[in-house]
Structures are given as C-alpha cells and as structure tokens.
Write a protein that binds this ligand. Structure first.
Ligand code: GSH
Length: 230
C-alpha cells in the first residue's frame, strides 16, 4: 500500500484551514498539523505555495496541494473508499460547487467588512449578509431534501465550504451585536449550524467563539493602525 505522509500547513483561526481538516477527519486520515505564526510565513509555506503564499497547503507524500476547496476535492478523490464528500450526481456536484464559490466570493467578503463598516455602509453590509443567508436557506431546503446537511444524511462539500465560516459568523455576531442567522428568516440554517458544529468530524476543529472574538479584535486594531499609520 502506498504511504500516505500528510502534512497540513495552517492556523487554528483560519476558516479555509478548517476545510481540509474536516475532510481528513471524515476520511479518518491522520496528518501532521503545522501551524503558521500569524504575521509571518514559514519557508515551507513559501516553497509549497509560491503563487499565493496562503494557508492551507496539504503536502501529500512531499507534493503540495493549494486552495482549500481544491484540497477538499483532492482528499475526496484520493481517499475514495471513505464517506463521499462531493455528491455523486453531476448536477448536484455542480450545484454544490456553485454555492461554494458564492460563499467565498460574495458572502464571506461582506462578513469581513462588517467589523469595519460604519453608518449607511454598515446597514448595507448587514442587508447583503442577511440576503445571502436567505438565499443559502433556500439552497439548503432544496439540497438537503429534509435531511440534516446540504449533502443529505452526511456532511458534504457545501457543508464544509459554508460551515467553515460558522465560527467567524458567531464571532462577528458577538462583536457587532447583530443577529444574522435567526429562527424567523433562516430556521433551516439555525438547525443545520448546530448539527454541523457538533458533528464528530467538526467539533474538535471548530474554533472557540470567544477566542476568535479576541483574535478578531487584535486583527481589527492592527488593520486600523496600519490604515492611520499609527
Ligand atoms: N482561496 C484561498 C484563501 C486562503 C486564505 O485566504 N488564507 C489566509 C488565512 S485565512 C492566508 O493565508 N492569508 C495570508 C495572506 O493573505 O498573506 C483558499 O481557499 O485556500
């Protein structure tokens, strides 16, 4: 049997790093978690991801794979005998990838803006975030078909792609005092978020919300200082 030496370059607070960690847990694959120090990049990271210089990077038998959702797909293909992550149906796969791209390209950037936006801009950001969650609620209804996850009975690609943001979503709610996922508008997502967070493949890698809040505050202070040059 081929050896499977696995190293994951990451950091505890990164939502993107959570993705391969959950995928590897689903496949029961052991790996060495090498955490980068915030604010600096290790030589191994620079060598392994010279294009983006970002985490996560999975190094499988010495070969680097970059970009979190590409890593998740790679894990699913290589550990094909474990529970499937991508749907087997091509249309369902395309739909899951569509919403995965949506959360990364449209939804999460707004969540990041929530901490710095003020006045009317802040209202707009909150409006866009809630609008996005309502779209995701609708996608959840269609994709889950009454089951617990976007992927049906089991955690799948979109559960991982969107669920990795739950820690930061809760931290953002706490820091801003705005409830974004609520029973009235997104009851399906409320329940899904609970089920997802307590899943055995997820619960140990889901970051603590208070720790994220502290980390978020220190990041915001750094960005502010860099902006004002103080
Ligand atoms: N599209 C990338 C995003 C990865 C990303 O933004 N990683 C952050 C940590 S959360 C990072 O490495 N940032 C360092 C930098 O931007 O220099 C993915 O999905 O893997």
């Amino acid at each position: 049997m081929a050896k499977n030496e696995l190293k994951l370059l990451g950091a505890w607070a990164s939502p993107y790093v959570m993705r391969p960690r959950i995928a590897l847990n689903i496949k029961s694959a052991d790996y060495e978690f090498l955490q980068e120090t915030f604010g600096s990049k290790s030589q191994l990271l620079l060598e392994s991801n010279p294009v983006h210089k970002k985490i996560p990077v999975l190094i499988h038998n010495g070969k680097p794979i970059c970009e979190s959702l590409i890593i998740v797909e790679y894990i699913d293909e290589v550990w094909s005998s474990g529970p499937s992550i991508l749907p087997s149906d091509p249309y369902d796969r395309a739909t899951a990838r569509f919403w995965g791209a949506y959360v990364d390209e449209k939804w999460f950037p707004n969540l990041k803006m929530l901490s710095t936006a003020e006045g009317e801009a802040r209202d707009e950001v909150i409006g866009s975030l809630v609008e996005g969650l309502v779209l995701l609620e609708d996608a959840f209804k269609k994709m889950s078909k009454g089951k617990a996850f976007f992927g049906g009975d089991q955690i799948g690609y979109l559960d991982i792609a969107f669920g990795c943001y739950l820690g930061w979503l809760r931290a953002a709610e706490k820091m801003s005092g705005v409830k974004l996922v609520d029973e009235a508008k997104t009851p399906g997502l409320v329940k899904w978020a609970e089920t997802f967070s307590s899943h055995p493949a997820v619960k140990d890698v889901m970051p603590d919300v208070d720790r994220l809040v502290e980390f978020g505050k220190s990041l915001a202070a750094k960005f502010k200082a860099a902006k004002t040059g103080s």
